[in-house]
Write a protein that binds this ligand. Structure first.
Ligand code: ZN
Ligand code: ZN
Length: 589
């Protein structure tokens, strides 16, 4: 397998970099050339895709469409060696000689290398997460790619299918100590893959404009792949039925791995535990605010009913009463479309940030190949290798919902929350950040963009809009905003509590439904998600907290000279780098 990869990838600048890799301890000899650093970035990315061909297709890089890497020990060993060489080469550059945008690229590559090594040596999900193994994602991407001819798709997929038997053999020998939750996830997801192979893939092969020999060969390869997945699934099923008891590895990551994963994934100035404590503090503050607004609104919505002492009950009742204000199911999409220019107008009038009129956001119905992700609205941006494509705001019309489902959904995304959602997803949230990010051209930041920075910006922009008078300070708007914001805060509390502190399902449901006012169904979905993922749920509040903190620190320091618009534009000009690095660049002057 490794040999196939090496043949496919031209060994470009590789030798010249590794030949001067032993100069770590001698900064005087360090390379200060910007041109050579830029060449190194290219070399780094070439190597990255060579090591991780499975990710390439997800960012629009089609170089490895026909490659399926075998996830075995030899591949991991080879990756570790290549990562060590890359790290040594990177260390030959003098970071202090680089301009800010390249310096952040330097830091991000260094972090990525150490994260990649950590994932192989410490996290080891290949030993405990059977859902780590699944060939369906890449094949599904290829089948759905509207820019590829069918014949080309079939040829690329055929290349992948050849390795499927070896792939699942590596899976079976790699799995040592699985969790029940990830085993069940693997069953579900690989069954989905079986469905794709025996359905859409076979149909595509039958219909493709290819010669009959290739058609037969590819159909045979598909059958072999189906047989391999079947036997993988039957081993997992046997595992589930035979060891029902307590022999499974716990889905809880535990303090050490969790703390390390937090530092690799989030790249915060704070530790996981510090963020947990800040989230607890924030939750108390939000609940106090909510109680006081709800009490103020009680008479308006509850008429003659006496107001009880129980804060939780008061907040819940007022929220329920306000949620009745929502658009009709048929105008959901139109309501979103109409709000975009209003948000633009507000941002421009208040001089909050420059919006580029040349890069309009296109609101569209979620395309059918993206349906099923569950989200009602999402931003779909062009991949870094395809950046001139349009940016879409995908909205799922509620056509498939029953009357009750639609009503419950519309109450959740009521008059107030829908506006906050649009701020978060579109303006000045994700979409605006994306436009700025594309203006600071850095493949490193597009590919390894920091999730906490990206989500943090969207969460920050909600509060920033309200602080500047969006929603005209209506108490209803603030109450609904606090409920929405409490969700991000409780995500952090939940994640840390479950993985480090051993929080039970009952305690988790109490946190989400009683203390954060979520519906039963939403909370149940969150409980499922927190057992399958770790750390990602903390990115929203952590990013928010760091951005807000940076802004307040600069406001203090600059006094009357502080400009909110300048702050926003400078902050976003660094691209999707971790907030701690933007902090360093904006405070060290
Ligand atoms: Zn209604
Ligand atoms: Zn978001």
């Amino acid at each position: 397998m490794n040999r196939i990869l090496t043949i496919l990838v031209p060994i470009t600048a590789f030798l010249s970099f590794s030949s001067c890799s032993q100069t770590k301890e001698a900064p005087a000899d360090q390379n200060t050339s910007e041109t050579e650093f830029k060449a190194f970035i290219e070399h780094y990315l070439d190597t990255y895709w060579e090591l991780n061909p499975g990710y390439a297709i997800y960012v629009g890089n089609h170089q490895y469409d026909s490659v399926l890497q075998i996830p075995d020990g030899a591949t991991r060993q080879w990756k570790l060696e290549q990562l060590a060489i890359l790290g040594d080469s990177l260390a030959t550059f003098d970071e202090s000689a680089l301009p800010p945008n390249l310096r952040t690229d330097y830091w991000m590559m260094r972090d990525q290398i150490s994260s990649d090594i950590w994932y192989i040596n410490e996290y080891k999900s290949f030993e405990w997460n059977p859902a780590y193994y699944n060939v369906g994602g890449g094949i599904g991407m290829l089948l759905n790619d509207r820019n590829l001819e069918t014949a080309e798709k079939v040829m690329n997929i055929s290349g992948r299918l050849k390795n499927v038997p070896a792939y699942y053999e590596a899976a079976l020998s790699g799995i040592k100590d699985p969790t029940l939750e990830h085993t069940e996830l693997a069953l579900l997801q690989n069954e989905g893959t079986l469905g794709i192979l025996s359905g859409a893939l076979k149909d595509t092969i039958e219909a493709a404009n290819i010669d009959d020999e290739l058609r037969k060969e590819t159909l045979d390869l598909t059958d072999n792949a189906i047989a391999s997945i079947d036997s993988y699934l039957s081993v997992l099923r046997t595992m589930v039925s035979e060891k029902k008891g307590g022999e499974w590895r716990s889905f809880r990551l535990g303090e050490q791995l969790y703390t390390e994963k937090f530092s690799h994934d989030i790249q915060s100035r704070f530790t996981a535990q510090e963020m947990y404590n800040k989230a607890l503090e924030r939750k108390d503050k939000l609940q106090t605010e909510m109680a006081s607004i709800a009490r103020e609104l009680w008479a308006k919505y509850m008429e003659d009913q006496p107001m009880p002492d129980d804060d939780v009950f008061v907040i819940r009742s007022v929220i329920d009463a306000i949620s009745i204000q929502h658009v009709h199911r048929d105008s959901f999409m139109i309501a979103i479309e109409k709000q975009i220019p209003e948000l633009e107008k507000f941002v421009t009038e208040k001089d909050l940030i420059y919006l580029d009129p040349e890069k309009p956001l296109v609101v569209r119905k979620t395309p059918s190949y993206m349906e099923g992700s569950g989200a009602g609205a999402s931003i779909s941006s062009p991949g870094p290798y395809d950046k001139f494509a349009d940016t879409y705001y995908n909205v799922s019309p509620l056509t498939n919902y029953s009357e009750e489902q639609a009503e419950s959904y519309l109450r959740e995304y009521n008059h107030y929350i829908l506006q906050i959602l649009n701020i978060h997803e579109a303006i000045p949230g994700h979409y605006t950040q994306l436009v700025y990010s594309n203006n600071s051209p850095s493949l490193i930041k597009s590919i390894f963009g920091n999730g906490a920075m990206v989500e943090g910006w969207a969460v920050y922009s909600e509060l920033m809009m309200l602080e500047n008078g969006y929603g005209e300070d209506e108490p209803e708007m603030w109450l609904m905003y606090y409920k929405w914001h409490l969700r991000s805060v409780c995500n952090t509390i939940l994640d840390y509590s479950v993985h480090v502190l051993g929080m039970s399902e009952e305690e988790a449901m109490d946190l989400l439904t009683r203390q954060a006012f979520q519906e039963e169904a939403e909370a149940a979905g969150k409980w499922r998600r927190v057992r399958l993922s770790q750390v990602q749920l903390t990115s929203y509040f952590t990013g928010f907290h760091e951005i807000y903190g940076l802004r307040e620190e600069l406001r203090q320091k600059q006094g009357d000279a502080f400009s909110l618009r300048d702050f926003h534009e400078e902050f976003l000009s660094y691209g999707s780098a971790p907030v701690k690095y933007i902090y360093r660049l904006m405070t060290e002057e």
